[in-house]
Design a protein around this ligand. Structure first.
Ligand SMILES: Nc1ncnc2c1ncn2[C@@H]1O[C@H](COP(=O)(O)OP(=O)(O)OP(=O)(O)O)[C@@H](O)[C@H]1O
Ligand SMILES: [Mg+2]
Length: 402
């Protein structure tokens, strides 16, 4: 296997660091060779808060991935998340010079730059400009304008941006190891590459990745990204609520949530309890099952209602035909699909990476959707790279870094 066939995805999550090593096959398919993991420390709500500690954890996960997949990792695609991620839609426009009437690569590049001529907060940097639709001399629905005749090229983009230094901190954390950063990708965009099919994107779908500290989302209508963002709220908030509400240690609360928890109400027998055995420094306790489920239900309900209010600021949710696709570790909460379906009033599904070969246990774990999604994203970008000049875009993050 040549090194060029290897792609590595890295997610520095709030709960875990995950490194997925994949191989592109000659037939274009992707095979997962190995997954490295380490518990995450020094990360809060998806953002690095203790650089040295986070770096050690990333190193641990990379070494684990190298051992599991039996390869040397030199470069990675990195996911970024956090409440600082914002997005908007904008149209760019390019008028061709009089002497030329055929649209070329440079016009496509220029129309993208034109769409970015919008003021974003001074401390922010562009992360993605995702093409929605091209228009040539007013003709809609153009898929690829290169080579077409026209005088005016317009294009609608979904543009994602975030606080430059926070993105740079993530990159630095990797570069100091030292590993090359191939690209940085918004985490929900990565997840969507493997949890949705093209057909679902065309029908309209909302992907919600609920991790430990963030809820990242991305919404597709007619195959194009229309909305995206991140809420600084996740499964760790549920654990915290359980710990506070039931007065038990955080580690006990986490175990209780993952092993016994559900967000379905009214499903328990009257007076049904769970016995927490005593342990060093903990006297043991009997917990009412309905109380546990109510705590989980209320926090998840609040999260989905906040997400609903956020996406309803624009009209696109009304055009989502395939429904909601929930992934990330928190999607494992029993009954979460019903709760999301009830709040959004549309079908909701719990999902993980689809259509990939290799380690089944990794593919089927929704906690790995983002890191696996990075591989699929990378594969698509590598095909496009010469045309889109991806390397040039990097300057925005790497400038000013030591
Ligand atoms: N079986 C389970 N039931 C309920 N929750 C679970 C289960 N397994 C994991 N979780 C929760 O999923 C969360 C971690 O998910 P994930 O690994 O996707 O997060 P992350 O990617 O590290 O964090 P983030 O993306 O928010 O920075 C934790 O809150 C954990 O408690
Ligand atoms: Mg995550």
């Amino acid at each position: 296997m040549s090194n060029n066939d290897l792609i590595v995805g890295l997610e520095i999550g709030t709960s875990k660091i995950c490194v997925v090593v994949g191989e592109t096959r000659p037939d274009g398919t992707l095979k997962i060779l190995g997954v490295g993991q380490a518990p995450s420390r020094g990360v809060r709500k998806g953002e690095i808060v203790d650089f040295e500690t986070a770096m050690k954890c990333v190193h641990e996960a990379v070494v684990d991935a190298e051992q599991k997949s039996d390869v040397m990792i030199r470069s990675v695609y990195v996911a970024v998340a956090g409440g600082h991620i914002q997005s908007f839609n904008n149209r760019g426009c390019v008028i061709l010079p009089e002497e030329r009437d055929e649209i070329d690569d440079q016009d496509v590049e220029d129309v993208k730059i034109s769409a970015r001529e919008v003021s974003i907060p001074a401390q922010n940097a562009f992360l993605h400009s995702i093409i929605q639709h091209y228009h040539v001399d007013g003709q809609d629905g153009v898929l690829n304008p290169i080579g077409m005749l026209g005088g005016k090229l317009e294009a609608d983009f979904h543009i994602i941006h975030g606080v430059r230094t926070r993105i740079q901190n993530t990159i630095r954390c990797v570069k100091e190891l030292p590993l090359e950063v191939e690209d940085v990708v918004f985490s929900a965009l990565a997840s969507a590459q493997v949890v949705l099919t093209q057909h679902q994107k065309n029908l309209g779908a909302l992907v919600v990745d609920i991790g430990g500290g963030t809820t990242d989302y991305i919404l597709y209508v007619d195959g194009a990204v229309k909305q995206s963002g991140a809420l600084a709220i996740g499964g760790d908030h549920i654990t915290n609520d359980i710990s506070m509400g039931l007065r038990i240690p955080m580690a006990r609360a986490e175990k209780l949530k993952t092993e016994e928890g559900s967000c379905v109400l009214g499903n328990c027998l009257p007076g049904e309890t769970i016995l927490l055995k005593d342990d060093s420094g903990f006297a043991g306790k009997e917990i009412e099952r309905e109380t546990l489920n109510t705590i989980i239900h209320l926090r998840l309900r609040e999260t989905f209602e906040l997400l609903k209010r956020t996406v309803e600021e624009e009209p696109f949710i009304n055009y989502v035909g395939a429904g909601i696709f929930i992934t990330g570790g928190c999607s494992l909460v029993n009954g979460i699909d019903h709760l999301a379906g009830e709040i959004f009033e549309m079908p909701a599904h719990v999902t993980h990476a689809q259509t990939l070969s290799g380690l089944t246990s990794a593919v089927e774990n929704p906690q790995f959707s983002t890191a696996i999604g990075l591989l699929k994203y990378a594969q698509a970008v590598q095909v496009d790279r010469p045309r889109r000049g991806i390397t040039r875009i990097f300057g925005r993050f790497f400038s000013g870094m030591r």
